[in-house]
Design a protein around this ligand. Structure first.
Ligand code: AMP
Length: 332
C-alpha cells in the first residue's frame, strides 16, 4: 500500500473551510493509503506560542480531527514532538541544505517581509523540517496546496541529494497527491475571499462555536437590496452564501432559493435563516463530539500514545538506515 504523509497546523479551532478544504481529503486518504497525519507543533515554534497556547491548540485540533472522523485504527495520527527521530533527521538533513536555496524559498521571503522582528533560523530551515516529516516515513504522496508546491520540490531535492551523495536509494521521491474534485474553496461570510481564521470578526464558521454565535454571524452576512433583473448574475457576496449553502443544504433547498433569486422574489432574511439552520444541522453534532472528546483525557492520551508509537516505529526504521548510510556506526 502506498504511503501518504500530511501535516496539520495546530491553529486551534477549525472552520467550515478547513473541513471541506482539508479534512475531507484526510478521510478519503485514511481509507486508501497507509496514512500518517501529524500535528506540526515543532513547526509552530517559529511563531513563539506560549506553552498554554501551544498545548491548548494541539489538543483542540486533535479533538477536532477525531470528531470529524479521523480514525486512529485506520491512520497514524500523532503529535510531531512525540517523535524525536524527526528532530534527529532534521539535524542531519540541515547539513545538506544550502543557504542560497533556503533564502530563495517563497515562504521564507514572505516571512522576512511580514515579520521582520522574528526572522529566526527555524523559519529559514522550515523546508528542511517539512522534508524530514515526509521522508522519515518514506512517503509516496503528499497532499499539497498551491502555496506548498515549492516545498514539495525542495523535499524531492533533499531526497535526491541524499541518495546521490551516498549512492543509496534510501528515500523515494514523493509526488503530489492529487486531490479529488470533492475539495472546494469555501468562501467567507464577510466577502473577503476564502473563509479564514484571520479574515476578521464574523468571517469564519467554527465548529466549536455556540449555535447562537454562528446564527448571528450568518444573519449579519452582507447582502444587497436584491436582484433587479430576472436571472441576473449574483454579486460575490450573494454567490458566496449560495456556495456555502451548496455544501450543507439539500439540492432541493438550494434550487428553491436559486429559483426565488432568479425570479427576483428572494427574501434574504428567509434565505439566511434557512442557511443558518442547515449549517447548524451540519456543525452541531460535530461540535458535541469535539466537546465530548476534549473532556475525555484518557481517550486523547490513548490516541496520542498509540499514534506516537506507530510513528516512532516507522521513523526509527528509516533513521537506523540513515545512520548506517551516513557512517554513524556504533562501536558498542
Ligand atoms: P490553515 O489552518 O488556514 O492553514 O488551513 C488548514 C487547511 O485547511 C489547509 O489545507 C487549507 O488549504 C484548508 N483551508 C483553509 N481555509 C480554507 C477555505 N476557506 N476553503 C478551503 N480550504 C481551506
Amino acid at each position: 500500500m502506498k504511503t501518504v504523509v500530511s501535516g496539520i497546523r495546530p491553529t486551534g479551532k477549525l472552520h467550515l473551510g478547513n473541513y471541506f478544504g482539508a479534512v475531507l481529503s484526510f478521510l478519503e486518504m485514511q481509507e486508501n493509503y497507509q496514512s500518517y497525519f501529524f500535528i506540526a507543533d515543532i513547526h509552530s515554534l517559529t511563531t513563539h506560542p506560549t506553552p498554554e497556547n501551544l498545548h491548548g491548540n494541539v489538543k483542540q485540533v486533535l479533538a477536532e480531527y477525531l470528531a470529524m472522523g479521523l480514525d486512529p485504527d485506520k491512520c497514524t495520527l500523532f503529535v510531531q514532538s512525540d517523535v524525536p527521530q524527526i528532530s534527529e533527521l532534521y539535524t542531519y538533513m540541515n547539513m545538506n541544505a544550502y543557504l542560497g536555496e533556503l533564502e530563495r524559498s517563497a515562504s521564507f521571503k514572505d516571512k522576512v517581509k511580514n515579520q521582520r522582528n522574528n526572522v529566526n533560523a527555524g523559519l529559514l530551515t522550515y523546508p528542511v523540517l517539512m522534508a524530514v516529516d515526509i521522508l522519515i516515513h518514506k512517503a509516496d504522496f503528499v497532499p499539497v496546496g498551491k502555496d506548498q508546491e515549492q516545498h514539495l520540490e525542495m523535499t524531492r531535492t533533499y531526497a535526491k541529494r541524499f541518495n546521490n551523495m551516498y549512492g543509496s536509494e534510501c528515500f523515494p521521491l514523493p509526488d503530489a497527491y492529487s486531490q479529488t474534485g470533492k475539495l472546494v474553496k469555501v468562501p467567507g461570510l464577510t466577502n473577503q475571499g476564502k473563509m479564514s481564521k484571520s479574515g476578521g470578526e464574523g468571517d469564519a464558521i467554527f465548529f466549536d462555536d455556540e449555535d447562537n454565535l454562528t446564527h448571528k454571524k450568518i444573519m449579519r452576512a452582507v447582502t444587497d437590496s436584491g436582484p433587479e433583473k430576472p436571472n441576473q448574475e449574483k454579486p460575490e457576496a450573494i454567490q458566496n452564501l449560495f456556495d456555502i449553502m451548496k455544501l450543507v443544504s439539500d439540492d432541493s433547498t438550494v434550487k428553491h432559493f436559486d429559483d426565488l433569486y432568479n425570479a427576483c422574489e428572494i427574501r434574504y432574511g428567509d434565505f439566511k435563516k434557512q442557511l443558518s439552520a442547515d449549517v447548524l444541522k451540519f456543525v452541531t453534532p460535530i461540535r458535541e463530539r469535539i466537546r465530548e472528546i476534549k473532556s475525555d483525557d484518557k481517550y486523547l492520551a490513548s490516541v496520542a500514545h498509540t499514534g506516537a508509537e506507530k510513528a516512532r516505529e516507522s521513523a526509527e526504521k528509516t533513521l537506523k538506515e540513515v545512520r548506517e548510510i551516513i557512517g554513524f556506526r556504533r562501536f558498542y
